[in-house]
Design a protein around this ligand. Structure first.
Ligand code: FAD
Ligand code: FES
Ligand code: FES
Length: 504
């Protein structure tokens, strides 16, 4: 097992802890950097947020905040870990501008949550995008404060928007400008100067790209982003060395492929939820998909969670699974050494065999997800996702659903409607497909469109047999299926007047 080498603030460090130990324990227990707080240890509060700097597979540096309680230490190999202690190194009066904004706006009281907010807002400033208040608030949608109240934090965010409206949009120039402004420390420049994949000579022992299967402890010791794994296993054994999916660069790409018969996007299993929604390829193949990003967890979790982990976790209400199932994804599995001659292709709906039972052998991993491509060329691909949960952010759905079809010569074709939370596994609704497939889409006739929506919703709701549980009764879930399908139609045909017909 190779030790994990990383730049912690301004010093290189070799972790004593095993690669499967959550980074929070290394930060507080091994490095004694106690500004990073332990709150929930479940990804809910954001008090443990740190910033991780890395070079992407495209050779671009980026700094993003993640919850360290759910982050495998092994995933920090060769990366730059910034904690609050590192941010203030060299800052003029011991405060960065983000901290100064909090101080001036009285945005901290007991202070327990404050380091997490500071890390989240600092990493938001490092994102190469125009700074606006909506973006700032989105950056802290995974941070909880229990005593100050959010009005003061909002004021601090607004102050930062005003102060940093003109940052460069080039990723490297932006990081340099933030170092200049003392938002980020000068250690960022050291990390940038080294370039991708370079650690100092003293630390340059050859790294193992992926733990060998023989080093795995137990059949389920595979970790993607860890946002499900560490919630279920918060205190792994001291020597825990799982197979770390993110350590394999080949699994981090989204690429376009075509052969004589078909075109598809290959989404590596290690692609994060954040990168999936930001991908220009995904956005152009599935127009409108970007608007659903914030339905999934929080920014902190999306920065860490992988698309593959969402599928293999096999939750009946997994949001990415619902979207990918409607989009007609095919899964690529492989032995854990990723040998391509033993790959299997499985339609996503056939992957789920029973509650948390998958068509995946213990020796196999999910390697990639294939999405059919080329359907958006004439602008006719329709995609909608809906989810009902108790809270808007950071909550798992009681019921979720996605709908996909194309409109060809005025008729629905290739209908796929996924449903989550109504059976032990995520399912496709045959009943909805039977109503919609081949049906005329009367876009200029809101009454007829409303009748089609109602027929689809009634057929789907009547065909499911959900169970009662803590998130909702069987009857509630059936009712939600009905309402969420109507919501698909309202969203897809917003300007048709259908909303007034359905909800006069
Ligand atoms: C606060 C919070 C909010 C959340 N909100 C949502 C939400 O809104 N919607 C939602 O759908 N989910 C949500 N989740 C659940 C979770 O974030 C997602 O399911 C996420 O996509 C899991 O991905 P991961 O990479 O972190 O998986 P991991 O935790 O790394 O792995 C999950 C499971 O899959 C296995 N695994 C992972 N990758 C592979 C692979 N490539 N091959 C084989 N096995 C693999 C692991 O062994 C593990 O059993 C939330 C979680 C938290 C903590
Ligand atoms: S301790 Fe709450 S998110 Fe990590
Ligand atoms: S300042 Fe006390 S929890 Fe936020």
């Amino acid at each position: 097992m190779e030790p994990v080498r990383l730049l912690v603030n301004s010093s290189w460090h070799v972790a004593k802890a095993a690669p499967g130990i959550p980074a929070l324990d290394v930060i507080r227990g091994e490095l004694h950097l106690t500004a990073t707080k332990e709150g929930c240890r479940e990804g809910d509060c954001g008090a443990c947020a740190v910033i991780v700097g890395e070079w992407t597979s495209g050779g671009i540096p980026r700094y993003r905040a993640v919850p360290s309680c759910l982050l495998a230490t092994g995933d920090l190999e060769g990366k730059h870990l910034l904690t609050l202690e590192g941010l203030v190194e060299g800052a003029r009066d011991g405060l960065t501008p983000v901290m100064r904004a909090f101080l001036d706006e009285n945005a901290s009281q007991c202070g327990f949550c404050t380091p997490g907010f500071i890390m989240a807002l600092t990493s938001w400033l490092a994102e190469p995008q125009v700074a606006d208040l909506a973006g700032a608030l989105r950056a802290v949608d995974g941070n909880l404060c229990r005593c100050t109240g959010y009005a003061a934090i909002r004021r601090a965010a607004r102050r930062l928007v005003q102060e940093f409206a003109d940052l460069p949009l080039d990723p490297v120039e932006r990081l340099k400008a933030l170092v200049e402004a003392q938002v980020l420390p000068s250690s960022v420049l050291e990390y940038l100067a080294r370039g991708p994949g370079h650690v100092p000579a003293d630390f340059a022992a050859p790294a193992t790209a992926l733990m060998q299967p023989s080093e795995r402890i137990g059949a389920s010791a595979v970790v993607g982003g860890g946002t499900d794994y560490y919630v279920r296993n918060p205190d792994p054994d001291a020597g825990f060395a799982p197979l770390l999916i993110k350590r394999h660069p080949a699994l981090a790409h989204i690429r376009y492929h075509a052969d004589a018969q078909q075109q598809w996007l290959e989404v590596g299993a290690a692609v994060t939820v954040r990168d999936f929604f930001s991908s220009p390829l995904v956005r152009s193949e599935v127009p409108g998909i970007a608007r659903y990003e914030t339905a999934f967890a929080s920014t902190l979790i999306r920065n860490l969670a992988t698309v593959g982990g969402n599928i293999v976790n096999a939750s009946p209400v997994a949001d990415m699974t619902a979207m990918l199932m409607a989009l007609g994804a095919t899964l690529v599995t492989a032995p854990s050494d990723l040998a391509s001659d033993s790959e299997r292709l499985i339609p996503i709906e056939a992957f789920f065999l029973g509650y948390k039972k998958l068509d995946l052998a213990p020796s196999e991993v999910l390697k990639a997800i294939r999405l059919p491509a080329g359907r958006s060329a004439n602008g006719s691909l329709q995609f909608s996702f809906e989810k009902i949960s108790k809270r808007r952010n950071l909550d798992i759905a009681a019921v979720n659903t996605a709908l996909v079809f194309t409109i060809e010569e005025g008729r629905c074709r290739g209908v796929r409607l996924s449903l989550g939370g109504v059976a032990p596994i995520p399912i496709l609704s045959d009943a909805a497909r039977d109503v919609l497939e081949g049906a005329m889409v009367p876009q200029d006739d809101p009454k007829a469109l409303a009748r089609l929506a109602l027929a689809t919703a009634q057929a789907a709701a009547a065909s499911v047999s959900p169970i009662d549980d803590v998130r909702g009764s069987a009857e509630y879930r059936r009712r939600m299926v009905h309402q969420l399908i109507l919501a698909h139609f309202v969203r897809l045909f917003e300007s048709s007047g259908i909303a007034e017909e359905l909800f006069p």
